[in-house]
Design a protein around this ligand. Structure first.
Ligand code: S3P
Length: 190
């Protein structure tokens, strides 16, 4: 950590569509902040004892959202850290309310071409198995982007090294802390 590194008072929750870079950017961000990183999807798999595609197939999406909410609620009760969430977590109204209550949310906003390119590299996403991934992701953008807009911080996740995105998140966190501290400073001086 350097002098300009913001301190972490609340868990920082990364939200955004599949392929936005939540896990890889989250890991780097946690390292820069000197806190732990947790991946909510990995924790769901651990708790369920099976992989996410298998969970969707056996129990369906509504059961997945319930399990996801329970796991995220538990993870938010631990000391502050960085958490990556699955793309649908912040869209579920109850999970979103939990995150808004207990964490600082960061939306990694990305363009369709970037999402399609990144998602093509891996095949573990059940929602993309239902048809053409570009069309599905385009529809999810239309549905979900107006909801992700409610995140505390919005950062564009561009193509290129993730370090640039990490830097933007760090500056936004610092600006936010400065904003939060301003009234206290005014109060103390007056
Ligand atoms: C989902 C995204 C996935 C995973 C599940 C559902 C979604 O996580 O939680 O397949 O609804 O967008 P990633 O966003 O990490 O791929």
């Amino acid at each position: 950590m350097t002098a300009s590194t913001p301190s972490v008072h609340r868990t920082i929750v990364l939200v955004g569509l599949m392929g936005a870079g939540k896990s890889s950017i989250g890991r780097r961000l946690a390292a820069r902040l000197g806190v732990a990183f947790v991946d909510a999807d990995a924790e769901i798999e651990e708790a369920a004892g099976c992989k996410i595609p298998e969970f969707f197939e056996r129990y369906g999406e509504p059961a997945f959202r319930d399990g996801e909410r329970r796991v995220i609620a538990r993870l938010l009760d631990a000391p502050p850290r960085v958490m990556a969430t699955g793309g649908g977590a912040f869209i579920d109204p109850k999970t979103r309310a939990l995150i808004q209550d207990k964490a600082v949310s960061v939306w990694l906003r990305a363009e369709l071409d970037i999402l399609v390119k990144r998602c093509a590299r891996r095949k573990h996403r059940p929602l993309l198995h239902k048809g053409d991934p570009r069309e599905i992701l385009g529809n999810l953008m239309a549905e979900r982007y107006p909801v992700y807009e409610h995140a505390d911080i919005i950062v564009d996740s561009e193509d290129g090294p993730h370090e640039g995105v990490v830097k933007k998140i760090l500056s936004a966190l610092t600006a936010r802390r400065d904003g939060e501290a301003a009234p206290e400073r005014t109060g103390a001086a007056g």
